[in-house]
Design a protein around this ligand. Structure first.
Ligand code: ADP
Ligand code: MG
Ligand code: MG
Length: 928
């Protein structure tokens, strides 16, 4: 079997059934950056760096496939693999001129895990593998550095013992600390060779005591055990938890990288470090990182000594620094993205050990994307694809003052379940939360876990922290939904409900009810005290605005907003909204003293409507009936006038942009007091001298309007058909507002939307009523009155008969809240506070369908789109349900061919990005 490697070789002889090994060295590699699936990120990066001519120590990767086959094989290496490993080791021996286990010139290696995605839950790296009593003396003789030799050996036993043999790491740490103390050494570098030799003996004794076996001396046995330990770590608890949290599939497997050791601990001309080609916090274009001289491996990350900033290297080793800077540049250009680099300097020689795309904060993501477009490195489309919608969301949430955060005392870490900064006084139950907030306090709700019973407290709290539960726990899901910062699953926080206090034994901190705490939902941390926050203003973020403008150039769908008030409309417009997709008129009914007027009208609505019908049939009316008409009409006239004012405000705020106004939608009882409350009030009053006529009337009205299933009852267009005056006055108010604004020189664009249509006749009848109302206004206007009638598609029957409905509608807007509710047969208000979250937690449903559009609901929408456009090709179609601001749902809307999405004002920036990403993805799929 030949073993010479040629850089162009695509084949490698192997004893195993499959080819499991890819090697690199001498400027050539068998793998490359495209092979991350098979080689993992680390292996692919090492291969690519080698091909690019960068200094890497030779080595080889055992593929992720070997890992999967190892498990398929009952945790046995696949047959022949070990022979192939031995062959690969021989190659490394040839390349380095050293021998594995050779006492006179030993080859040492590191064994490193490396999955496709960088995974903090995976096995730690074992360095200096191949050392034993014999090879150690060779190493010392070769380097003429006894201290270095013993330091390498004690590190090896420590790492191999902890990682591969599962000895508790603390035992080694204690021994090391004790040795430092005994020798008056401040740092590990102060220990001399003799001290380190003693430590080696001690470490070996610890291994023996803990595992009952001797530390393995045979380098090949060490290698075999280490490879298996890497494979085993793929299904370790930490790794599984991490994958679950990040939704990384279990069947990817991890690769194993065996890499020739280079030594950063050979003296002050050696060192090791970690650096980013740009600042991953701010995105600034400066080399950012830390390094340590005379150190190995993870010393920097582990904080063994305080590591100086990478800039210090410029003074210590100017030539190496210049070379590193050049390499950083080269890699960034090569990968066209910011890189996170690991390197080691052995006696003045630089070696690259890892490169990967850098994780970054939201601010950095946006700045880097914008800068790289300006630098001509990436296209606008690539910039858009790289920014996560969550980044945009985060940039619009308040944050803590960075300086204050550094000084702050941390109480505990948990999961960053819902971003944002929240400050308040700690309370331990929902009722107290509500009580305190009613007294003008700000609170943070602290719970072991939350349930639907805690909702009222969550709704009033500034933020929520729980000790238990993951990213899909009740607390996390609800917090995201209501836009509250949340830290979930802070396992180290011991919450004591009875004592109204909590403590964290890890940080040794505690707090009790009423103490101020600060919660950072973006990082998942809780701090003592009230930290100052920085409010996130869109206006202050020119880079974000710039990037979103590029998104606007790319996206096909419009981004509109759901806004009921002029201020909201103006806010959304400043965020880039191009129209209002849903203006809910009934919200205006609840403002201030209007509710009284509305109630006055509702009380006589049925009677007056009947009387009007009689009047129309030329029957004579009783005095009572005449009275009810008068009362009703006067209340309605007031409402009409108020609504006209509302609409004028909205038209002005959205001048030149479309405004879709939905006619009254909720059942009337929503404007009346609760039946039980009113019943109690009247009964009590009757018992003590008599209830007022007004209260009794109100009670009677509430009773008469009571329905078992109000959400399926008299609401939407059904209400308009039964009591037409509500929609009549709304139509008049809309048209008159439009005329007034146009006369004042504005450009109002009105679209009147009829909700809850399930049968075309509902729509055509409503339209007749409204057109009769509109006609005289149009005739008298003196200016052009331009408006369109359209409908919501939110009842399944409406979707299924969209071809008929489109005959009478100029536009459709999907009301996906109701459509989801009716498609699943779930009452949203009840389900979301109840079983639905459990469904998601237990995996019965993959996601909350009220958050992310369900495929079956999207299927109904598809039917409606196709049928609607078959009847009316120019039909304008949008979505105004909650889903309009959810990136995954926006993707589905793009595929459905909707014209626009409409969402709440603060989600408009996210939707602009997501719509652009959706357009890019669709284009890429079409090209395939
Ligand atoms: P992680 O996935 O945790 O980053 P790595 O496999 O990259 O783990 O190893 C951690 C550190 O160990 C690296 O940053 C590097 O400093 C050191 N290291 C790994 N392999 C070698 C090697 N062959 N020679 C010297 N140091 C190494
Ligand atoms: Mg690393
Ligand atoms: Mg609806």
């Amino acid at each position: 079997m030949t073993t010479t490697i040629d850089s162009t070789a695509t084949e490698r002889p192997h004893k195993a059934q499959k080819r499991y090994i890819y090697a690199w060295g001498d400027g050539a590699a068998e793998g490359n950056a495209q092979m991350r699936d098979l080689l993992g990120g680390k292996g692919a990066g090492l291969a690519e760096m080698t091909i690019a001519g960068l200094p890497t120590p030779p080595g080889f990767t055992i593929t992720t496939e070997a890992c999967n086959d190892y498990f398929a094989n009952g945790e046995q290496l696949p047959g022949g693999l070990w022979d192939d490993v031995l062959e690969a080791v021989k190659e490394v021996e040839r390349r380095t001129g050293k021998g594995f286990g050779d006492a006179s010139n030993p080859l040492l290696v590191s064994v490193r895990s490396g999955a496709k995605f960088s995974m903090p839950g995976m096995m730690d790296t074992v360095l200096n593998l191949g050392l034993n009593g014999d090879t150690l003396h060779g190493l010392i003789a070769l380097t003429n550095n006894e201290r270095f030799g013993w330091d390498a050996y004690r590190r090896f036993i420590q790492m191999f013992g902890r990682i591969v043999m599962e000895v508790s790491g603390e035992r080694f740490d204690h021994a090391l600390e004790a040795s430092k103390e005994a020798h008056g050494a401040k740092q590990d570098t102060d220990l001399d060779a003799a001290a380190l030799r003693d430590l080696v003996d001690e470490f070996k004794a610890i291994v023996k005591a803990d595992t009952g076996r001797d530390f393995p001396d045979d380098p090949y046995e060490q290698l075999d055990l280490a490879i298996k330990a890497v494979f085993a770590s793929w299904f370790g608890k930490r790794a599984r938890d991490y994958r679950k949290n990040q939704q990384i599939p279990d069947d990817l497997g991890t690769a194993v990288n065996v890499v020739t050791m280079v030594f950063g601990n050979m003296g002050d001309d050696s060192g090791t470090g970690v650096a980013f080609t740009r600042d991953p916090n701010t995105g600034a274009k400066v080399l950012f990182g830390e390094y340590l001289t005379n150190a190995q491996g993870e010393d920097v990350v582990a904080g063994i000594r305080t590591a100086p900033k990478i800039a210090q290297m410029q003074t210590d080793m100017p030539d190496v620094y210049a070379e590193f800077q050049r390499i950083g540049q080269q890699l960034e250009t090569h990968y066209r993205d910011v890189q996170d680099l690991e390197f080691t300097i052995e006696r003045g020689r630089l070696y690259m050990l890892q490169t990967r795309s850098a994780k970054r904060t939201a601010a950095a993501a946006v700045r880097i994307a914008a800068d790289m477009v300006d630098e001509g490195v990436i296209t606008k489309a690539e910039a858009i694809a790289r920014i996560e919608p969550a980044h945009v969301d985060q940039l619009l949430r308040d944050t803590f003052d960075q300086g204050a955060l550094k000084q702050a005392t941390k109480i505990v870490n948990g999961l960053n379940a819902s971003p944002g900064a929240a400050v308040g006084r700690a309370v331990f139950d929902a009722d107290t939360a509500v009580e305190w907030v009613n007294n003008g306090e700000k609170v943070i709700l602290v719970r072991i876990e939350t349930s639907p019973d805690d909702f009222h407290g969550m709704a009033v709290a500034q933020g929520i922290i729980t000790a238990r539960g993951g990213a899909t726990s009740h607390a996390a899901v609800v917090a995201r939904q209501i836009g509250k910062p949340c830290v979930a699953g802070s396992a180290d926080l011991a919450v004591d409900y009875a004592g109204k206090q909590a403590h964290c034994s890890v940080t040794g901190t505690e707090f009790k009810e009423g103490d101020w705490v600060s919660l950072d939902g973006s990082t998942g941390a809780l701090y003592m005290g009230a930290l100052p926050t920085v409010s996130a203003r869109f206006e202050d973020q020119p880079e974000l605005q710039k990037v979103l403008k590029w998104a606007d150039e790319i996206r096909r769908m419009g981004v509109w907003t759901n806004a009921d008030k002029p201020e909201e409309a103006a806010q959304a417009r400043s965020y880039g909204a191009e129209g209002i997709g849903l203006c809910r008129t009934e919200h205006m009914f609840r403002e201030g003293d209007r509710l009284e007027i509305v109630r006055g009208a509702i009380l006589v609505a049925n009677q007056a409507t009947r009387a009007k019908a009689k009047e129309a049939a030329a029957e004579t009316l009783s005095a009572d009936e005449l009275d009810s008409i008068a009362t009703f009409d006067s209340a309605m006239a007031k409402l009409e006038q108020l609504q006209q004012g509302d609409f004028e405000g909205i038209f002005k705020a959205m001048d030149g942009l479309p405004v879709v106004i939905r006619l009254i939608d909720p059942p009337l009882h929503e404007f009346l007091p609760n039946l039980e409350d009113q019943l109690v009030k009247v009964t009590r009053a009757e018992a003590t001298g008599g209830a007022s006529e007004e209260d009794k009337q109100l009670l009677a009205a509430i009773k008469s309007m009571h329905e078992q299933n109000p959400m399926l009852g008299l609401r939407g267009c059904r209400l308009g058909l039964m009591i037409p005056d509500f929609v009549k006055i709304q139509t008049r108010a809309i048209l008159n507002a439009q005329i007034a604004v146009r006369k004042a020189g504005g450009n109002p664009i009105a679209k009147i939307m009829i909700p809850l249509v399930g049968h075309v006749n509902e729509l055509s009848r409503t339209r007749e009523i409204l057109e009769a109302e509109a006609k005289p206004i149009e005739d008298a206007a003196g200016v052009e009155v331009d408006y369109k009638f359209g409908t919501m598609i939110e009842v399944p029957r409406g979707a299924l008969t969209a071809d008929e409905i489109a005959r009478d509608a100029a536009f459709f807007s999907f009301g996906t809240n109701d459509l989801t509710q009716m498609t699943f047969g779930y009452s949203r208000d009840d389900a979301e506070g109840g079983f639905l979250l459990k469904y998601v937690e237990d995996g019965i449903l993959p996601v909350n369908p009220f958050q992310t559009l369900d495929d079956a609901v999207a299927g109904l929408m598809k039917v409606a789109v196709d049928k609607g456009r078959a009847t009316r090709p120019e039909l304008e179609i949008g979505i105004c349900g909650e889903h309009g601001g959810d990136p995954a749902s926006i993707m589905k809307c793009e595929k459905l061919g909707l014209d626009y999405v409409s969402c709440s004002p603060f989600r408009v920036p996210v939707a602009r990005l997501a719509a652009a990403q959706a357009a890019l993805t669709s284009a890429a799929e079409r090209d395939k």
